[in-house]
Design a protein around this ligand. Structure first.
Ligand code: GLY
Length: 367
């Protein structure tokens, strides 16, 4: 039995998110989109294709005008205009027109590329998200951000373009390796910290079930996390204001990601960034010392780092300044006013950032 959430845009229903533990209900969901009269291109990467490509293609066969699969080599480095161009060429070869449909089957890279292709092919065709990683289910498949990296800059080219449906099968989370799973978990923890202290406590109470990837727990976790993201993106779909709260942990997190040449996962860097931001929140006397240490230490049972060797605080500070979240000369830093309530602070000083990065900088004690 699945459950669903409806994302509103301008107070009107825009698209549904379906939560399930299998793909059993996917076909009946798709039938609501007149697929018998449409061509469908499933866009995926080589890794996800080997897990779910056949299952999804079998499910579509005979139920739509034509179903084709486009698979690109797995990897973040594929998130470029070159991949988008290859998909355009494939769609033209397969005679896709404006009433046809794309399905993004995979993680954040696949969702972002497919969404951007859908936003721009023939000035926009419909697309559906089937996120198969926790990062994509918790974050990137909700809210209509699409795009690609450009010239070394992350998400530099893109569009806000809403999917017609997001189908989350939490069963797919069981095939993720631990690093990928916990990378997505960092965004879930973030949602609790910025908006919902009860959900944050619930996560801390379910360490074992989450680590065991117990299906019912995953379902509840992804659904509750999505409700938080829904509230934020409905209020501010184009990130003119409060949507920036979702960047909690991301200012320093992105800087670490860059300084480590993207060898760490996004979630690992966000976890470190959340520790640093919580530290600044404590120094502002918004969080108590106990709350700060709890936030920090509770990342450990979820296999997320809370400190790092080999970082240069000065380099991290410089990198935070080249982040997209700069406005004029000040960084829009997201801090916690309390657990479950974030705010944007444009007055965080260089010294505060340096101290926070020093806090997460692990230096071996040779005493
Ligand atoms: N991942 C942040 C957002 O959707 O705005």
């Amino acid at each position: 039995m699945n459950s669903r959430l409806t994302i509103l845009y301008d107070k009107k229903p825009c698209y549904d998110i379906v939560f399930d533990t299998s793909f059993n209900e996917l076909l009946s969901e798709l039938k609501g989109f007149d697929i018998e009269n449409r061509r469908i291109c499933v866009v995926t990467d080589s890794h996800v294709a080997s897990f779910y490509g056949e299952e999804i293609m079998a499910l579509l066969s005979g139920n739509c005008l034509k179903n084709v699969l486009y698979s690109f080599a797995a990897g973040e480095e594929q998130k470029t205009l070159a991949t988008v161009k290859e998909i355009y060429a494939f769609l033209i070869k397969e005679k896709f027109d404006r009433k046809d449909l794309l399905i993004a089957l995979g993680g954040g890279v696949t969702g972002d590329i497919t969404g951007f292709t859908a936003a721009t092919y023939l000035r926009g065709i419909d697309f559906i998200q089937i996120p198969t990683t926790l990062l994509a289910q918790a974050d990137s498949s909700i809210g209509g951000k699409t795009g690609v990296d450009f010239d070394g800059y992350k998400n530099m080219v893109g569009a806000f373009y809403m999917p017609k449906l997001v189908y989350m099968n939490v069963g797919t989370l069981k095939t993720l390796d631990d690093r990928q799973f916990f990378s997505g978990f960092a965004e879930i923890m973030k949602h609790g910290l910025i908006k919902d202290s009860i959900f944050y406590e619930w996560l801390l109470d379910h360490i074992y079930e989450i680590n065991d990837r117990e299906e019912e727990t995953l379902l509840e976790m992804v659904e509750r996390s999505s409700k938080i993201k829904k509230l934020v993106v409905e209020k501010d779909p184009f990130e003119k204001g409060d949507r920036a709260l979702l960047n909690f942990g991301h200012t320093i997190g992105h800087a670490i990601e860059k300084s480590k040449n993207f060898t760490m996962t996004h979630g690992e860097c966000v976890a470190l960034g959340m520790v640093a931001a919580a530290f600044i929140s404590w120094k502002h006397e918004w969080l108590s010392m106990e709350e700060y240490y709890e936030i920090r230490d509770m990342l450990v049972p979820f296999s997320l780092p809370i400190s790092l060797e080999d970082i240069n605080p000065e380099e991290i500070l410089e990198l935070t300044k080249s982040d997209k979240k700069m406005e004029g000369n000040s960084i829009k830093f997201v801090l916690l006013k309390k657990v479950g309530k974030a705010l944007i602070d444009k007055n965080v000083t260089d010294e505060e950032i340096l101290n926070a990065v020093s806090e997460i900088h692990y230096v071996e004690d040779f005493e």
